[in-house]
Design a protein around this ligand. Structure first.
Ligand code: ZN
Length: 534
């Protein structure tokens, strides 16, 4: 997703060290949900929902008990369970502290069980029931990161992906959008609208959604037989269709770069998401101010469309690897800007993102990109996951070259499509394509918090230039430093391999150097101070 400023203001100082291998919590790990089938009843009298969840699961390991996430009632908000069956029979359960525990529904590894839960309540979050900016009542799911449990019982962790169906029973004048394909849309005998959508690809709970509102629905065309549609507030019909219709122009570039689109449709939905945009699978929700008829949300669309491949189809196996979603969406947006608006526009964007990483690092030093210490996942919506993650991909592309980079990214998608992946999985795929070991590269940029902080001193010499580069940051790093040396005779670009605390270099030049520019092409994530020495 794209974060709003309000989210950034929640950030607090935090220091940690990360590990790739922090285990997934036991209760999330024990079960593998295969499919969710939800029926959700909505009404206009109050904000209470009634739900039925049919959850088909397989035990990933032997266990006595099975646990699901579902918010308990607290201050009038939350869910009350009306009935619960396992394998068609009522079973004892405990619903306390936002957790449903079925203490006798377990079994041995690979056993499958169908759990059926009926429940009701007023969602405190996760399903936003409110009025849109025109005062019309609407219902928008907004599950990221672990807010699905506010309105649907589930194994609320990105490692447990499943197919999902939503049947929404709503008053007749609402339209209903959800993940997947439309199965049926009809009126029942009392005139209520019964709409059923089914997503046959396994997706994480964070991107399972329904949107229920008065929508104007526009067909934006087909791309490789994928229908692209716009769902906007009727008051902004024309502007909304124009702005969101751009998705059909963006999609072919991604398919060409990454491989087949992962889902069966792409709906672009004006919504009440708390985020700037939320990449819900095949059903992107944008904030309600995102329409202006001028396509100023282009980069927002690009970012959320990129997530369909990375985040939704290839899903990080744990929150610590969130950069595999957000860093990818950030850098694929940079790459789109480069293709669409030119290299200078992309460099300007990268320079801005670099400044944001440096600013974040000054406010919250000591945090690596792979951040297994943070448990408030909203705080992972930070410049490490987004901008630094994007910069790591940028530097990887420069390091291994265009061919290896793009073929590697497409291969990574192909291998982990519909599954989970960790940073180590990406590293292995990219090593295959690069033909070199990338452990040092991944370690220094993702698994420790520092980036280069350089002191550069240079001096004109008879016939050239001498230069000294000091690394001042705690962790010694290895990287190429590109510099531009200018004088009356022109400008020369040279690369200096930096691999020790202090590097001295001499360059012979046919002119007297008068200035040195560090990183003229925006290729290094770092800071530096350049001093000419007399
Ligand atoms: Zn994102």
């Amino acid at each position: 997703m794209r974060n709003l400023l309000a989210i950034l203001l929640l950030l607090a100082t935090f220091t940690c060290k990360a590990s790739d291998v922090s285990p997934i919590p036991e209760r999330h790990r024990q079960i593998n949900v295969l499919s969710y089938d939800f029926t959700i009843d909505l009404n206009d009298v109050n904000d209470e929902i009634r739900g039925t969840a049919k959850i088909l699961l397989q035990l990933a390991e032997a266990t006595d008990s099975i646990r699901f996430d579902l918010k308990s009632v607290n201050n009038g908000k939350g869910m009350t369970i009306l009935g619960l069956k396992a394998g068609g029979k009522p079973v004892p359960f405990l619903h306390r502290n936002d957790l449903i525990t079925l203490s006798s529904a377990g079994g041995k590894k690979n056993d499958t069980t169908l759990i059926e839960i009926t429940y009701k309540g007023v969602p405190g979050d996760g399903l936003i029931i409110s009025k849109n900016k025109y005062g019309h009542r609407c219902f928008f799911a907004d599950n990221w990161p672990n807010r699905a449990r506010n309105w649907i019982p589930c194994n609320d962790h990105p490692s447990d992906k499943a197919t999902v169906s939503f049947q929404v029973n709503a008053p007749a004048d609402y339209s209903v959008i959800a993940n997947g394909e439309l199965v049926s849309d009809e009126k029942d005998s009392s005139g209520r609208r019964i709409t059923r959508w089914q997503e046959k690809n396994e997706i994480p709970t964070k991107v399972m959604v329904i949107g229920v509102a008065d929508f104007a629905v526009g067909d934006a065309g087909r791309v490789d037989d994928i229908p692209v549609s716009s769902w906007v507030y009727p008051e902004e019909r024309d502007n909304g269709f124009y702005d969101y219709g751009q998705a059909a122009l963006i999609l072919p570039w991604f398919i060409g770069k990454l491989g087949p689109y992962p889902f069966t449709k792409l709906a672009n939905v004006q919504s009440k998401t708390i985020f700037g945009g939320m990449e819900n699978a095949g059903c992107i929700f944008y904030h309600e101010q995102s329409v202006d008829g001028k396509r100023t949300s282009e980069n927002l669309l690009v970012h959320e469309i990129a997530h369909q491949w990375f985040g939704n189809s290839v899903t990080e196996r744990d929150w610590a690897h969130l950069w595999l979603s957000e860093g990818f969406a950030t850098y694929l947006t940079d790459a789109w800007v480069e293709m669409q608006h030119g290299q200078q526009a992309a460099r300007t964007l990268l320079a801005k993102q670099r400044a944001e990483v440096i600013d974040f690092h000054q406010q919250q030093p000591g945090r690596p990109v792979i951040d297994s210490m943070e448990t408030n996942y909203l705080k992972l919506l930070n410049a490490n996951s987004y901008q630094k993650g994007g910069w790591v991909l940028h530097m990887l592309r420069l390091k291994i070259g265009e061919k290896a980079f793009w073929e590697g990214i497409a291969d990574y998608y192909q291998r982990y499509r519909g599954k989970n992946a960790g940073t180590g999985d990406l590293q292995k795929v990219m090593e295959n394509h690069a033909g070199i070991a990338l452990g040092d590269f991944f370690d220094q940029w993702l698994r420790q918090p520092d980036f280069p902080n350089l002191e550069v001193r240079w001096k004109s010499t008879p016939g050239g230039l001498s230069i000294t580069v000091h690394q001042l940051q705690n962790t010694l790093m290895k990287f190429p430093l590109r510099i531009a040396i200018s004088g009356a005779g022109g400008t020369t670009h040279v690369n200096i391999p930096i691999d020790s605390r202090k590097v001295d270099e001499e360059f012979r030049l046919p002119y007297i150097p008068t200035s040195v520019t560090i990183d003229p092409d925006t290729e290094l994530l770092g800071v530096w101070k350049t001093t000419p020495v007399k």
